[in-house]
Design a protein around this ligand. Structure first.
Ligand code: ARG
Ligand code: ASP
Length: 711
């Protein structure tokens, strides 16, 4: 019995250690063991080929795309591939009524036609170094956590300035294993990034929200950009004189047919995972936080949908907003179901028993024997605070335009009162575009209905300790009428004027505005009560989590574990593989163009397709991207990915590009909290389909010639 338990528990953390999966590995820590495991699966890649600080290696061809996604370089002239959903706002920003690149696609035919995107940037990681010792300098056990933290921060600030680097580089230091390790990243930011090509949305977003997080999937989720540099090939601000970035490190592309079982590797920038939380934390997420967020968003989405289905203008205005809100709404539903279905909480509890037994056997710090009681108490104390914070963010920041405007104006007012005139003027400029821009895709009636529904939710569900009782939801109709008619928050012209006023006048207007005054009391509650309470309990939880993480490392004799994602460059590998979403159902890992035709609904905003694609299908005109008579579209694999991995290259055993990562399957979205190889899959768009679309739909032979394609 005991043996079985231990085996079970060890597989909890090492379930994939000898199988078809490697998870979120730091590229500079590719051990011989990992390389040989990959080789057992067919890989021919050496550690040096994947990452090397001094030689050209694959890390030089992988970039963080605009801070949130990943991209890869596919030509010696800085051509980048990423997802359509990562390039979407850039594509949208260049679209007009006459040139609707979102709807029709964009295919530049020369460098001169490539379109600049102010503010957009990409980041290279040139070197990664474990500098834990340096960050911990001067720390000793007599210090309490607060003293330690401030010492660590001081060291980080100093090291970011003093570690060796070239003039055009930056040093970024990030914490790993909940603050037990620190790594320095030598990075380069290129700031002149131009749009080169994008498929029509009916390909790049095919299936939209209905198919999002789902398999079978048929989305051609890619777009094409290019890095421009100064004449010396170094980062430069946008200039018409800049030239394409030149490099020896770019991906060659393989269009050989793929099959289940093939090895692949994902190289990219996963944003955030939390796999080492105690059971109580996961339980709180699943039973308290996720349901609150799901309920709030469902309310908002239902209202949007009811208007969108009746009115085409509103549909157009709200499609992107709807997609953004629906994305995590749907993810949390999948996450909750996956956690329950795979018994994550029970598995974690079992692990915690094992942890205690090991702490005893290994004579670890006796504090570890009560660590789960401490967690229990902290998460009890945390419950209402966490809930209040989530309701506040969902209601006042993420889902209603009017309340969000109030929040931005509050920040402006605070900035003046705390930091003075200059900071105020600076922030005013910064917010101006966002505030006036928020009327672009906006409908007063829709927003007002959402406002009313959200404020009713607030009254019903905000935990009592944090609820503002001066608000009576019975009057919400009158309150809403008054605000939406008379407040500057719903008046683009008046708001624009307000944004040109000096601070005194600005504040005077706000202090007499019915909408602002209504919102301000809730915002004050947040900053004066909820946020400080949250900070306070969070720092206690974080300290304990740091200790727990260290304990887990000790329990596993300091063998390398995979650190949680934190937005830094990682590798994860796997094989192309299907899965069983439900009893007696098996999903095959590769989808095809014939499946697009099966889903095709003429005129539908999610499932319409270009006529050209139908013709290509009818003529089976797929060569050379497929010679089999079936054109692959998307494929599944066992790599452990998360938000931020979108746009990541999928690389074959030879180091060639075979696909672009863009999503995960619904049953497995809980992989952020617990990765289960049985049902967690990442979704990639097949590079053959990407090239097929560029070549035969976009007719962009220039790009096909520019890339190195192996048949
Ligand atoms: N689920 C994917 C990822 O999180 C794709 C999101 C874009 N698509 C959408 N319908 N919102 O973020
Ligand atoms: N779609 C996600 C992204 O945008 C990827 C994921 O969550 O799997 O990064």
């Amino acid at each position: 019995m005991k043996k079985i338990l231990v085996l079970l528990l060890v597989t909890f953390l090492f379930q994939n250690s000898r199988s078809q999966n490697g998870r979120m590995i730091i590229p500079s820590e590719l051990s011989n063991d990992l390389i040989s495991r990959m080789q057992e699966m067919g890989s021919k890649l050496t550690a040096d080929a994947i990452y090397s600080p001094d030689k050209t290696s694959l890390n030089d061809a992988v970039i963080q795309f605009n801070g949130g996604c990943t991209g890869e370089i596919v030509s010696p002239d800085g051509l980048i591939l990423t997802n359509h959903h990562c390039g979407y706002s850039a594509i949208q920003s260049h679209s007009t009524f006459e040139h609707n690149y979102v709807k029709d696609g964009f295919w530049s035919q020369s460098l001169a036609e490539e379109l600049p995107n102010p503010g957009m940037y990409v980041t290279f990681v040139r070197k990664i170094e474990n500098i834990t010792d340096k960050v911990m300098e001067g720390i000793d056990d007599t210090m309490d956590e607060t003293q330690k933290k401030s010492m660590i921060q001081k060291n980080i600030n100093r090291l970011e300035k003093t570690l060796p680097k070239k003039d055009w580089q930056e040093i970024q230091i990030k914490s790993f294993y909940d603050g037990n390790s620190y790594y320095a990243f030598t990075i380069e930011n290129y700031k002149d990034i131009r749009l080169v090509a994008a498929p029509p949305s009916s390909i790049g977003k095919f299936g939209a929200d209905t198919d999002n997080w789902m398999w079978p999937r048929h989305t051609g989720d890619f777009s094409v950009f290019r890095i421009y540099a100064g004449k010396n090939n170094r980062p430069a601000e946008y200039s018409p004189d800049n030239v394409p970035y030149h490099t020896d490190s770019y991906f060659k592309i393989s269009i050989k047919p793929k099959k289940a079982g093939d090895f692949f590797l994902i190289y990219g920038f996963p944003g955030r995972t939390q796999e080492y939380l105690p059971a109580v934390a996961v339980q709180q997420k699943v039973e308290v936080i996720n349901p609150a967020r799901i309920k709030t968003r469902k309310t908002v989405l239902d209202i949007m949908k009811s208007y969108m289905s009746k009115n085409d203008t509103i549909k157009l205005q709200y499609t992107a907003k709807y997609a953004r809100i629906a994305n995590y709404w749907k993810k949390w539903i999948g996450e909750n179901q996956g956690i329950k279905r795979t018994g994550v909480i029970e598995k974690k509890k079992d692990f915690e028993k094992y942890f205690i037994s090991q702490a005893q056997a290994k004579k670890m710090d006796p504090d570890y024997l009560r660590i789960f009681n401490l967690f229990e108490n902290l998460y009890k104390e945390n419950r209402d605070i966490e809930l209040a914070r989530n309701y506040f963010i969902e209601i006042f920041y993420l889902n209603n335009d009017l309340l969000k405007r109030a929040l931005l104006l509050y920040n402006l007012k605070q900035t003046y009162e705390k930091q003075g005139k200059e900071s105020f003027a600076e922030l005013q400029k910064k917010y101006a575009g966002r505030l006036t821009g928020s009327f672009k895709n906006y409908n007063t009636t829709v927003d007002k209905d959402i406002f009313k529904a959200l404020m009713k939710l607030y009254a019903a569900y905000m935990p009592a300790a944090y609820k503002n009782t001066s608000f009576n939801p019975d009057n919400i109709d009158d309150i809403a009428e008054n605000i939406y008619q008379n407040s500057v928050l719903n008046n683009p012209d008046e708001l624009k004027k307000l944004l040109h006023k000096g601070p005194k006048k600005f504040i005077k207007i706000l202090d007499n505005d019915p909408g602002y005054l209504f919102a301000e009391k809730f915002i004050k509650d947040y900053y004066q009560k909820i946020a400080p309470d949250y900070q306070n309990i969070r720092s206690k939880i974080n300290n304990l989590q740091k200790k727990y993480m260290k304990g887990i490392q000790q329990v596993f004799d300091n063998r390398p574990l995979y650190p949680d994602a934190n937005g830094t460059l990682r590798i994860t590998y796997g094989v192309i593989k299907g899965y069983e979403p439900h009893d007696a159902v098996y999903y095959f890992p590769i989808s095809h163009v014939k499946g697009i035709i099966e889903k095709y609904i003429p005129g539908d905003y999610e499932f319409d397709i270009p006529k050209k694609l139908i013709d290509l299908y009818k003529n089976k005109d797929y060569k050379p991207y497929s010679n089999s008579g079936e054109m692959p579209v998307d494929f599944l694999g066992t790599a452990h990915t998360t938000g931020g991995n979108s746009g990541s290259p999928a690389i074959n055993k030879e180091g060639e590009l075979i696909g672009i990562n863009f999503d995960r399957v619904w049953e497995g979205t809980m992989s952020d909290l617990y990765y289960d190889q049985k049902i967690c899959r990442n979704i990639m768009v097949d590079i053959n389909y990407v090239l097929f679309v560029i070549d035969k739909i976009g007719n962009d032979k220039r790009l096909i010639k520019e890339m190195s394609i192996t048949k």
